[in-house]
Structures are given as C-alpha cells and as structure tokens.
Design a protein around this ligand. Structure first.
Ligand SMILES: [Zn+2]
Length: 297
C-alpha cells in the first residue's frame, strides 16, 4: 500500500510530467469509483492540469478551467478550478501513460485523457474495487470529510507539541500511528521503521510515553523524509507500480537488526504484521503471535 513517501514521489513526478496538459475527455470505468456526481467528470474537458499534490496518503490533481490566455490577460479568481481527490486504498495506483488504456483493461477506474495523447490513469489491482475519487471545486478539498478529519501530516514533521497532543491516547502505538485521523501519512510499512528508529515497542501506548520518548518518536519521523530523498535519487520520471521501498525492519523477520544484530521478530495479525528488534524495542521480550489471539488489536 502506498504510504506518504510513495504517494509523495508519485505526485511530484506527475506534477512535473502533467502540468499544463489539457484534458480531452474523462471517464470512470470503475464501478462506484466516483463518490461525487456534481460537478460531473465531463467538467474536466478543456481544463488543464495545474498541479498534482498530496494530502496524507491521498493524491490530489488540480485542474483549471481558465485558459492560459485568459489567465494572462486577467487576474480573475480561480472560481472554475477543480480538484480530483483520490483514495488509493490498498491496491490503487495513479500513473500517466503515453498511450490510452484498452477498453478491456479491467484495472481501469478513472481515465483522464489528455490532448497530447497521454492518459492519467487510476488503476486498481486485484478483485476488490475499493479505490475511489471525488471531483470537487478546488476550494472544497480542505472541507471534504476525508481531508478535514486528517490529523497533522507526519512529514514534514508537525511541531513537537502538536505531535505530542496527537499521540497522547491510551492506544498501542502501532495502530495509533497508522490512524489517519490522529496523524496522517503512515501505514503498515513505515510504522515499523519509525518505531524501530525510536527504539519503542509497537505495543506501548501513546499515553504511556514520557517526554523523552515522545521526543524520540517525533525525531524518528525523519525516516519518511529520508525515504523521499531516497526515491528522488533512485526513481526516474516514471514511478513503477511497485516502488522498491528502503525498509530495514518491516518484513525482515529472521534477519539481523541493522543496528545491533539481534534477530528481527514479527507479530502476525490476520491482514498485516509488525516487525521489531526485541533487544532495542521490547526490553528483550519476544511477543506472541497474535493470529490466534484477539486480545490486542
Ligand atoms: Zn536492534
């Protein structure tokens, strides 16, 4: 699942590639993918892409209905501007292609066809159709329930006081840090890296952290920025569907901890897993497999 660093590099590359491109047509082959109907997707026809950015783990594509010449000749407000807010869920990918999708491509969810022949495509892999998009007046994005309910962005790191307030809750750090309403952008992969960097147990509760531990956790958010820097260096103009993630502990069970050499352990849940270094994160304790236990979630 794409998390903050992966969505950041996707939106940066799309922003560079698509800005200025004019929309020829737009359609949504995906069943129920569009969560809005007014304005309709056809409202994008004739608009141009003005930018691609990210909020939390969601890409947002901005379009301007004002033609370039009109924009130059007047300083009109951006009344007609639209934004496509996208939730990739676990299997959605947003990518630009030089050619148009075949009508038989069952992964297609939203297709924005550009006059230059390219196509911005929201695709989703697997059988579940869970990714969605909303076409909104650009000014309404911030008020959208999915955006307005987000906690502070995990990167760039929020001020320490805001972060401390966001995580001061009697819940385990692993689900807490992944909960977008508490802090936005972190998912199942990067949470393990952040907790390892902070030397904290995934089963410690947010409200149990002392001041020094909160500071350590806050400082550990730099792993997200490091990942973005890594992608900037290693990924070209095209971002692959499966970005090679520079993870050091997540899914590295059985391997030596990159810091102390202790064997990395795992706790498996029904749909995900958490990895940690027992020596540095749990006081030497190896935690029980949770697949058979619902005591902790
Ligand atoms: Zn270690």
């Amino acid at each position: 699942m794409p998390e903050l660093p992966e969505v950041e590099i996707v939106t940066r590359r799309l922003d560079a590639a698509l800005s200025g491109a004019v929309v020829e047509s737009a359609l949504a082959p995906g069943m129920n993918v569009m969560k809005t109907f007014d304005p309709p997707l056809e409202a994008l026809i004739g608009t141009s892409v003005t930018g691609v950015r990210r909020v939390g783990k969601m890409p947002v594509v901005h379009f301007s209905s004002t033609s370039l010449s009109r924009r130059r000749s007047s300083s009109r407000s951006t009344d007609g501007d639209l934004a496509l807010l996208i939730h990739l869920m676990s299997a959605g990918r947003l990518r630009a292609f030089d050619k148009r999708a075949s009508a038989k491509d069952r992964a297609s969810r939203v297709l924005v066809r550009l006059e230059d022949g390219r196509e911005l495509r929201l695709r989703e892999f697997g059988t579940k159709q869970r990714a969605w998009a909303k076409l909104l007046p650009a000014g309404a994005v911030a008020e959208d329930e999915m955006v307005a309910s987000l906690g502070p962005e995990a990167w760039p790191p929020p001020p320490l006081e805001d972060f401390a307030a966001a995580i001061d809750q009697p819940r385990h750090l692993h689900p807490l840090l992944r909960h977008q309403r508490d802090i936005a952008g972190i998912g199942r992969s990067w949470v393990d890296e952040i907790l390892w960097e902070a030397h904290l147990s995934p089963f410690k509760k947010g409200s149990e952290l002392d001041e020094e531990e909160v500071g350590r956790l806050h400082a550990a958010l730099h792993v997200l920025g490091d990942a973005i820097d890594h992608y900037e260096e290693t990924i070209g103009p095209e971002v692959p569907d499966k970005v090679p993630m520079p993870l050091r502990v997540h899914r590295h069970e059985g391997e030596p901890c990159p810091r102390c050499g202790t064997t990395i352990e795992a706790v498996f849940f029904s749909e995900h897993q958490t990895n940690y270094c027992p020596k540095e994160q749990t006081g030497g304790r190896v935690l029980k497999d949770r697949r058979l236990s619902r005591l902790l979630k």
